[in-house]
Design a binder for this molecule. Structure first.
Ligand SMILES: [Zn+2]
Length: 219
């Protein structure tokens, strides 16, 4: 790993977890930094002030998600090249811990800016926004939504109005050639919901068949 990046990660780790000389950042201190709740219910962000440890990177930002019980803090380290590295944390009452499924602080996790919710990907949305949008999509409430479709693995990538979808590669399979699509009304892709609907239709067909047979054959 690049030494500037490595120094920045060490700095962040010391800041969050503490060391022999300093205690780690508490949830309360983080809330003070980002201005919660004065500035709203989040997500809220705070950019670390410049310091010698951070001179090898463009910026280090803390994003606080007060309403998310599973993921409360995202640390973003941005390189001079614009490449970003994200680390996810949850406050367990005493210290910051890494939620399951996420890598530890030093592991190199590529960031593409995608949020995955269910089967879909969301580009340029916060975790909360992506979840909300995913819910609305499931309920069929956003006809006309623009998305990219991967013709290879049929992943769908919904993108925020401010993002540039040109040149985006599929986050699931890496295919660089994606199709521009617009969600048609009534289109859904929740597999569980589709299955439930299929079962309901099947049950109804069976009931109709039984009723027909009863009529035909008598009791
Ligand atoms: Zn794909």
């Amino acid at each position: 790993m690049d030494p500037g990046l490595q120094a920045a990660f060490r700095h962040v780790e010391r800041l969050l977890m503490g060391d022999m000389a300093h205690p780690g950042l508490t949830l309360h201190e983080l809330e003070r930094l980002v201005g919660y709740p004065a500035k709203g219910s989040g997500p809220l962000s705070y950019t670390l002030p410049p310091s010698p440890e951070l001179k090898g990177v463009q910026a280090v930002r803390l994003f606080y998600y007060p309403k998310d019980p599973a993921l409360q803090l995202i640390v973003e380290v941005e390189e001079f090249s614009g490449r970003r590295h994200l680390r996810h944390f949850r406050w367990n009452g005493f210290t910051w811990e890494v939620p399951e499924g996420h890598k530890d602080l030093r592991a190199t996790e590529e960031l593409l800016g995608f949020q995955k919710v269910g089967e879909d990907y969301f580009l340029g949305f916060s975790r909360e926004e992506a979840r909300e949008l995913a819910g609305a999509l499931r309920r069929g409430e956003v006809p006309g939504a623009k998305y990219l479709l991967c013709p290879k693995c049929s992943a769908r990538i919904f993108y925020a109005p401010g993002t540039n979808p040109v040149g985006v590669a599929c986050p699931a399979c890496g295919n660089p050639t994606l199709l521009f699509k617009t969600l048609s009304p009534g289109e859904r892709k929740d597999p569980l919901e589709a299955l439930a609907e299929e079962q309901k239709a099947l049950r109804q067909a069976l009931e109709e068949l039984l009723a027909y047979l009863k009529r035909k054959l008598g009791p």
